[in-house]
Design a protein around this ligand. Sequence first.
Ligand SMILES: C[S@@+](CC[C@H](N)C(=O)[O-])C[C@H]1O[C@@H](n2cnc3c(N)ncnc32)[C@H](O)[C@@H]1O
Length: 275
Amino acid sequence: MSKLSDQAFLLSDQYGDASNLDARIQLHRRFSTNKYGWTHWAFDQLTLPPVCRILDLGCGPADLWAENLDRIPAGWDITLTDFSSGMVAQARENLRDCGRPFAFGLVDAQSIPYDDASFDAVIANHMLYHVPDKVKALAEMRRALRPGGKLYASTVGETHTWELFETIARFDPEGQFQHEIPTYTLENGAAQLAPWFSAITLHRYEDDLEITDAEPLIAYVMSMGEAKSVFTDDRLAQLVAYVNEQIATHGAIRITKDTGMFEAIAPRAATEVAN
Ligand SMILES: C[S@@+](CC[C@H](N)C(=O)[O-])C[C@H]1O[C@@H](n2cnc3c(N)ncnc32)[C@H](O)[C@@H]1O
């Protein structure tokens, strides 16, 4: 099974706590060409009424909320959930002194423990590609949404960060770092949502990376898969030297980003979608 949707691996290694995700977020924060920032942009996409109930699935450390605190309407009742208890603990910690209430829960998106039609919006921000049974998760999201409620489900495109993998593969041709296309992408997402949701719209976020410092790129690589056990000691030092040499030669390592957010509506009537 791909590590991307290997739930046991994700729980124990990748998302046991927020450190791996943070390493990747730091690279994006420092070297993204679009300085507006994904979390601000993602928040802009939430066109919701001033009073509503929102469920965030796979919330991670809750950056979407922590970085938009001053923009959240007082009437939004927000439940933050993740299937990793380490992530829920980090989300709770990051919002501890924020001065407004949030609810938290340990929730697998494939089995949502809330009543039918109990939310006005469900957010699945960069998480559906980790879920092995997306049909089950999407059915659960629709069930938890009131008819007419909104799903916001972001993801990446097929070419997202391919040069990063190519750079590592040039250094380590026999290694495990191959660019893997996730199972839920900007290219195929609408087709996956279509049996469950109507009025599907894709909003794209324009961005790329221009990396001029080896250290955060190495931290990003080390945050993925089993890199920590592959690149140790001398091999890690060689990788650092290789990345430094690439930056010195080309001025920067340029990496394509392709990210976006699907917005869709839970149908009011069965006839609005095929399912
Ligand atoms: C790439 S992170 C995104 C975190 C956050 N939404 C963000 O955008 O910063 C993916 C998150 O999905 C969570 N996740 C993976 N599989 C899940 C599942 N089946 N149910 C709920 N959460 C899951 C992980 O624990 C992780 O926190």
